[in-house]
Each structure stands twice: as C-alpha cells, then as structure tokens.
Design a protein around this ligand. Structure first.
Ligand SMILES: *Cc1c(COP(=O)(O)O)cnc(C)c1O
Length: 226
C-alpha cells in the first residue's frame, strides 16, 4: 500500500472515531483531500485508494492538475482566495468553491460558469473569529451575502466554510467551530437550504466533527508536510 493510501485510511479512522465520540453517523462527514503543492501523481495515488474529492488553494496550480487528471472522475474544490482576474478559470474548471467572500466574485462566477456544466457549488467563507489576515465575511455579514448569492442562476449555495486561527488551546478552536455551527443553523432558519458546513483541517478535524462539520479539508495528514 502507498504511504498516501495508509495516511488516508488513518484519517478516515480519525473521522470515524470522532463521529463515534460525537454520536454522529460517519456518512454525514465528507473528506476533502487538500492536494495543494503536491503533484498529479499524489492525487492519482489518493484516487487509487478511493478518494474522489480534492481541494486546491492556488488557482493556476489547481487548474493544471485538473487538466492533467481529466481521465479520472474527480471532484475539484477551490478553497483559496480568488482574485477577479481568476474567476473565469475557476468557473470553467472547478466543481465547488468554498472561498466566496464578496458578491462581486459570486456574480462573476455565475456569469462565467459554462452553460454545459452543472451549477458551481458554493460555500461562503466566514471569518468567525475575526482574525486579521484572513479572508471571509464577518458573521454579521453572512446572511446578506448568502441571500444575494442564492439567487444567482449558475451557482448553487451549499453552506459556509471557516478557518479558525491556530489557537494553542483546542477548547478555543472548538468554541469557534461551535460558533460556526450556530451561524450555519441560523442561516438555515432564515430559509436557506444549506447542507454543508466546511470546517476542520489536519490539526482540528476531531473538534470540527464534534461541533457538526459536514466536510473536513485535510492536507498534511494525507499528503505530508508542505
Ligand atoms: C491548506 C488548507 C487546508 C488543509 O490544511 P492541513 O492543515 O494541511 O490539513 C484546509 N483548508 C484550507 C482553506 C487550506 O488552505
């Protein structure tokens, strides 16, 4: 078995154990393998071990991999910041975008999504804990952006994505995840049909699963250090 396959199985076991602790059905937590900085070969190995959903931060790097791996039935998620001059590439190549934090970006993605492709699946990135160097709308701005995005014709709004600051104290991280979950529920209570809470990475996937994550984005624990 490849090292990547072994790592994937370890991550799956961690998610399962966290689900068991939280009394959750493991079917309710998807694993997104974050392949940024790793080559197409690494993605092939992960796919051979059963992984189908991959996340990329850097648009051009992601698109190069998507094109190189067109022979495989993979689902590609853009999880990094998107400048306006990159929206066309994203709309043409990715299946999901987790990092929408401006209406202008969403409008461009909708306008540029090729008609022959399924709607682009969207999460709004929310800066839950107000970290300075981070993308994302503040929690109080999330509802207005979600309501503006949900009517765009070529997008399908699925939920929210968060990246907590790297706290020393895991309880603090968990508290931020709990806030994200509360916001997600609040948006649902406003009539938005959301099924995705994208939160949790290598260091905090257990805490995220405990607090209701439906999709963890894991890079290091699968592919190794960057
Ligand atoms: C890099 C990255 C990840 C994966 O982080 P790891 O700590 O390597 O698991 C997840 N989400 C986003 C937005 C990232 O940029």
């Amino acid at each position: 078995m490849s090292a990547i396959a072994e790592n994937l199985h370890r991550v799956q076991a961690r998610i399962q154990a966290a689900c068991q602790t939280a009394g959750r059905d493991p079917a309710g937590v998807r694993l997104l393998a974050v392949s940024k900085t790793f080559g197409a070969d690494a993605v092939r190995q992960a796919h051979a071990a059963g992984q189908t959903a991959f996340g990329e931060n850097y648009i051009q790097e992601g698109v190069d991999k998507i094109v190189a791996l067109q022979d495989l039935p993979l689902e590609w998620h853009c999880i990094g910041p998107i400048q306006s001059n990159k929206t066309r590439l994203v709309a043409a190549h990715f299946d999901w975008v987790h990092s929408v934090d401006r209406l202008k970006t969403a409008e461009r993605l909708s306008a540029q999504r090729p008609p022959e492709l399924a709607p682009l699946q969207i999460c709004i990135q929310v800066n839950i804990d107000g970290g300075d160097n981070k993308s994302g709308v503040l929690p109080g701005e999330a509802l207005a952006l979600a309501q503006a995005v949900v009517v765009l014709p070529r997008l399908q709004l699925r939920g929210i994505m968060t990246i907590p600051e790297p706290y020393e104290d895991p309880e603090r991280t968990r508290a931020v995840h709990a806030q994200a979950h509360a916001l997600w529920r609040q948006l649902q209570s406003q009539g938005l049909n959301l099924d995705t809470l994208s939160m949790g990475m290598t260091a905090d996937m257990e805490a995220a699963v405990q607090e209701g994550s439906t999709m963890v984005r894991v890079g290091t624990a699968i592919f190794g250090r960057r």
